[in-house]
Every structure is written in structure tokens, then in C-alpha cells.
Write a new protein. Structure first.
Length: 437
């Protein structure tokens, strides 16, 4: 169990109408980055240190999975003045490239073991990845990219078995800028023979974070932050372990901004990187919010009532699909009608019934959500269907009259580092309780 994580199955988050919010919240490292950085430690022997690591359940699960294939991982509190925790990862070289089903099935990021294990050891046996269920997220692009480099795969309902001699550099062109596929081909290509070019690569800040760590290890990567990555493979023996600070979590940052947007007030989101949130901050501004941005964070001020806007999810630098539940929650109390279009995961509206239970007026039409803002939400008992939807229900509950109880909060624990404590410090009326049996 990671430092400070005190989960209890069956817990409920209880919130009451709150606001205006005030104060400062410090945002830790990104879930969507740290899990991939942990997998990168498979590429070279030695001891790695990751700092600014969020205290979340997905880090615990990923650590268990990596221990099962042979890494040694310990967690410790960050020193005073730092956020999150530290991970010490030791790779002795004694790696078994077989990921147990019961662990791989629990987390989507398990698929990120395929690239580094196949690239370094020429073999991988892993269950199909698990994680949140909000529609199909196939891994065919991952496999096609690695097949272009010489890998061969056998897939079944139980998982994937991959084999190769040393991978060979190739030109890999994605028909969609898949984050996971870009990461997998990248981590395989850094130890392949020759040059690999990834075209239509995903450009998320978390991929740049992975590239920056890999370059510190001795990998040769050009085009970081662009849609074309050029990787010149090196021998694994030439790589070295590093210390690396995880990039700030932009979705957690947006969550606290959404909270003040619905509850009113002014808050400081320390360590938030506005450059990584450009399009989302533009849409928040269109909704009436005011931002003061500097190198150390973002100060967010909310109007009396938000203004409805239309929002479409798109690959980075567009509005990320992870922001969408927050946007829908904010629009539920905004003035006017907003249409939210999901272009990435068509099944990701499964939380709408929970918002309706609070009194939201939302209609689903295919991959569009039509949100007619109401003046008031009312507390109710709801359940969190996934990480981001759970956070959106917390935010909505803070703006609803009465009491809102959110169940299945283990989903929220997978991606949020003490959301209750952080919101409470801003003046929110929120607690975590265990219902009596």
C-alpha cells in the first residue's frame, strides 16, 4: 500500500452544498504519466527514483504488476515542501516477461508493459488490459505498430503472446493519434535496431514527460511534442537509471477549477501547468471564469453563474475526453444550453443518469450530450462509474442543495490523490465515511 493511502472498500464520499471556495490546492503528478514512467524502468538495469508521484490506487496496482515481473519497488513520503510520494524502482535484470492475469486485468496501463518487455527481451505474455469500462478501447494499433518492427502476436480471449528477435526500426503511421500505441511503440523503438519514425503520434504532455525521462536514460528521440517522433535505437546496456519528477496532473488541476466554477469563489491551483491545459482553459474562460496564470500555477475566479458553451473532445491539444464529465457537470447549472460531443469513446456518457438523479437536464443523442442548465441541483445518492465521472459527481454534489452521497469511490481513488482533503482545505463541506453494516 502506498504512503498515505487509506482506502476502505464500501466507503462513501458525502458532500453538502459549499461555497464560495477559497485557498490554495497543490496538485501532484499525473496518473496518466507515472504509470508509463514506471514501465520504462523495465528497459535498463539499476535503481530509478520517481518524485511527485500521486498517492493513488493505480500506482499501487501498477507497482504490484511490475513486482510480479521482477522489479523491486518501494514507496516513501516526499520530503517537506514536496508533493506526492517517492518511488524507488530497482531493476536487477532478473525479469520474467509474463504478467499475471489477475493483476493485468485490473488496470488499463498494463498494456504499456508490451513495448519495453518485447523490445528488451523479445517476448511478452500478458492478459488483455483492464481499467475503466466506458466503451471499447482496442489495442490493434499497438500491435500493428510493433508488427511493423518485426514482432509476431497471438491473441486470444485470455490475452496476448508476443515474440520477436531484436526489433528493427520501421516507419509506423497511426490512423489515429493513440496515446497508448504511441507509448508502446516508443518504448520498443528506443532499444530496436535502427531508426523508427512514428507519424501521427499522440502529443499529450504525458508522452513528452515519458520522452524526457527516456532521453535522460540515454535514449535518442527527436520531435518531442510533435506529431512525428524519430527514435534511433540503442543497446539496452548503454542505458542508465535516472531520477525523474512526474509532470503535474492536468486533469486533477481541471477538477479543482471545475469545483470553484460551480461553487463560486477564487482558488489557487499550485503547480498547475496552463500550457498543458490551453484549450480547456479557453473553454472555461468562455463559460465566464477568469484566470491569472504564472509559472507556478493558476488562480481561478468564478462568476455568479457559468455560461453554457459547446465542447467537443479531440486528441491533444484539443479538449481531452477525461475533462468531459467535469464539463457536463458544470454545464448542468450554467445559463443556457450546451452541447458536448464525444469524439473518442462513444460509451463515455454512462454517468449521465447519476447527474440526472441530482436534477440535471441532460439528453443523449448518439455521441452528443445536450445539457440544459438548471438553476439548482438537489442532493441524492449516486455511484461513481469511473474515475473522472466520480470526480464530476463530487463537484456537482458540492453545488447541489442538501446532501449528496457518492458510492463506489474506489474508482475515484484510482486517479485522485486525497480529493476529500484537498477540497476540504478549500472550504468545501466534504467527508469520507464508512456506512454502518
Amino acid at each position: 500500500m502506498s504512503i498515505g493511502l487509506n482506502q476502505r472498500e464500501g466507503d462513501v464520499i458525502v458532500v453538502a452544498q459549499s461555497g464560495p471556495l477559497a485557498g490554495e490546492v497543490v496538485v501532484p503528478g499525473a496518473k496518466n504519466s507515472v504509470l508509463k514512467l514506471m514501465a520504462a524502468a523495465l528497459l535498463a538495469d539499476g535503481r530509478y527514483t520517481l518524485t511527485n508521484v500521486p498517492v493513488i490506487e493505480d500506482v499501487v496496482i501498477m507497482a504490484d504488476l511490475l513486482r510480479a515481473v521482477g522489479l523491486e519497488i518501494t514507496m516513501s513520503p516526499a520530503p517537506a515542501g514536496e508533493t506526492g510520494q517517492h518511488l524507488s524502482i530497482y531493476n536487477s535484470g532478473a525479469i520474467t516477461p509474463v504478467a499475471p492475469f489477475e493483476l493485468a486485468d485490473r488496470i488499463r496501463a498494463s498494456v504499456n508493459l508490451v513495448g519495453p518487455l518485447l523490445g528488451r527481451f523479445g517476448t511478452i505474455d500478458i492478459a488483455l488490459p483492464g481499467g475503466d469500462d466506458f466503451g471499447g478501447r482496442p489495442i490493434d494499433m499497438h500491435l500493428r505498430g510493433l508488427e511493423a518492427m518485426g514482432a509476431e502476436f497471438e491473441t486470444s480471449s485470455e490475452g496476448i503472446v508476443g515474440r520477436c528477435a531484436r526489433l528493427v526500426g520501421a516507419e509506423v503511421v497511426f490512423d489515429f493519434p493513440s496515446v497508448g500505441a504511441t507509448e508502446n511503440v516508443l518504448m520498443a523503438a528506443v532499444v530496436a535496431d535502427g531508426v523508427t519514425t512514428i507519424r501521427n503520434a499522440a502529443r499529450e504532455p504525458e508522452i513528452a514527460d515519458l520522452c524526457n525521462m527516456l532521453r535522460k536514460m540515454g535514449c535518442r528521440i527527436d520531435g518531442i511534442g510533435t506529431a512525428t517522433l524519430t527514435i534511433t535505437g540503442v543497446a539496452p546496456s548503454s542505458l542508465q537509471p535516472v531520477t525523474h519528477e512526474v509532470v503535474t496532473d492536468r486533469v486533477q488541476s481541471a477538477t479543482y477549477i471545475a469545483a470553484v466554477g460551480m461553487c463560486g469563489g477564487t482558488i489557487r491551483v499550485a503547480r498547475a501547468n496552463a500550457q498543458h491545459m490551453g484549450m480547456m482553459l479557453t473553454r472555461f474562460t468562455d463559460m465566464g471564469m477568469i484566470f491569472d496564470i504564472d509559472d507556478e500555477g493558476i488562480t481561478a475566479t468564478a462568476p455568479d453563474r457559468l455560461i453554457s458553451v459547446d465542447v467537443s473532445t479531440l486528441p491533444y491539444p484539443g479538449v481531452a475526453t477525461d475533462y468531459k464529465p467535469l464539463v457536463v457537470a458544470m454545464l448542468s447549472m450554467a445559463h443556457g444550453v450546451g452541447i458536448v460531443t464525444e469524439n473518442l469513446y462513444p460509451g463515455r456518457f454512462r454517468y449521465v443518469d447519476e447527474l440526472r438523479a441530482l436534477g440535471a437536464n441532460i439528453e443523449i443523442d448518439g455521441h452528443h450530450a445536450v445539457v440544459r442548465g438548471v438553476e439548482h441541483l438537489t442532493g441524492a445518492t449516486v455511484v461513481a462509474p469511473d474515475i473522472r465521472a466520480g470526480a464530476a459527481l463530487v463537484v456537482a454534489g458540492l453545488a447541489a442543495s442538501g446532501i449528496t452521497e457518492i458510492g463506489d469511490v474506489f474508482h475515484i481513488d484510482r486517479g485522485y490523490d486525497d480529493i476529500v482533503g484537498r477540497l476540504s482545505a478549500l472550504g468545501a463541506s466534504i467527508s469520507r465515511v464508512r456506512p454502518e453494516s
